[in-house]
Design a protein around this ligand. Structure first.
Ligand code: COA
Length: 252
């Protein structure tokens, strides 16, 4: 349990709100765990037939909590982040992301596992893994090129390009864009509509769309091993030190 993930259910829609605005909604292992628990619970409960994931206040999420993250990759236990990503990926019910503001790192990569992505005009999308001395996660090295095309995916994953909401929609990462004040009501209306649809038809259709994703799950695990190794690398240490000292990292 963590107060930083708010969970509400109404009209058969379960909404998970990432609520840690003082840290720009950075996600800790405890928060991933709480989201995974809710997804797993409501996936098997008829109380919910659709999910919404959104962020409190101005950010969607600034990504993995940088301080907390290395802890989650120690030991043999599956890190909570992987449990969360697997829970979205395997969820038999539609998952809708309401991207209310900047989405960084896992804020973008989790979208690749959602079924519908709607965004506010203020949303931005960035995947600065290489800039942090890390590697992509959540199967994004496979799913992002598939979603936006190789050229844009390379621009984002290698060169750190930040997309605005219109670009994200044009490149196919986002399906609909709304003014910030309208986003949640539009997303809720869509969620209630899909939650009222024939549940078995919805489940089968999701299954068909997602067929052939086994290779992606393999890729996700490969990424996770490389990510954990990079977290312990001198490259990541240099990035952290450079940030603390407010200088540019140097890789000789
Ligand atoms: N992990 C941990 N803490 C984070 C965080 C993250 N991903 N993102 C923001 N925070 C914390 C900051 O450390 C700061 O904490 P403090 O008030 O205790 O010092 C607080 O959130 C506010 O951040 P700040 O940088 O002052 O806000 P800002 O509005 O100027 O900038 C960001 C916001 C998100 C652009 C900036 O914080 C940032 O670049 N964060 C790192 C994002 C990132 O690299 N994520 C990928 C992780 S894989």
């Amino acid at each position: 349990m963590t107060e930083n993930i708010q969970i509400t259910t109404a009209d058969r829609v379960t909404t998970l709100t990432i609520a840690r605005p003082e840290k720009r909604n950075a996600i800790t292992q405890a928060m991933y765990g709480a989201m995974a628990d809710a997804l797993e619970h409501y996936a098997n409960s008829d109380d919910a037939r659709a999910f919404v994931i959104t962020g409190a206040d101005e950010y969607f999420t600034s990504g993995n909590d940088i301080r907390d993250f290395s802890m989650g990759h120690q030991g043999d236990e599956t890190p909570a982040v992987l449990r969360f990503l697997t829970a979205i990926s395997h969820c038999p019910k539609p998952v809708i992301a309401a991207v209310n503001g900047p989405a960084i790192g896992v804020g973008v990569t989790m979208l690749l596992h959602c079924d519908l992505v709607m965004a506010a005009t203020t949303a931005t999308f960035s995947t600065p893994f290489v800039q942090l001395g890390l590697v992509p996660e959540a199967g994004s090295s496979m799913l992002l090129p598939a979603a936006v095309g190789m050229a844009v995916a390379n621009d984002m994953l290698l060169a750190g390009r930040v997309l605005d909401a219109t670009e994200a929609q044009n490149f196919g990462l986002v399906s609909r864009v709304f003014p910030g004040t309208e986003l949640l009501s539009e997303v809720n209306a869509t969620a209630i509509k899909v939650a009222a649809s024939a549940p078995n038809s919805m489940k089968q259709t999701k299954g068909l769309i997602r067929q052939g994703r086994d290779q992606m799950l393999e890729q996700m695990h490969k990424e996770s091993v490389l990510f954990a190794a990079q977290l312990k690398s001198s490259e990541f240490a240099e990035v952290v030190q450079a940030k603390m000292l407010k200088r540019v990292p140097v890789f000789d």
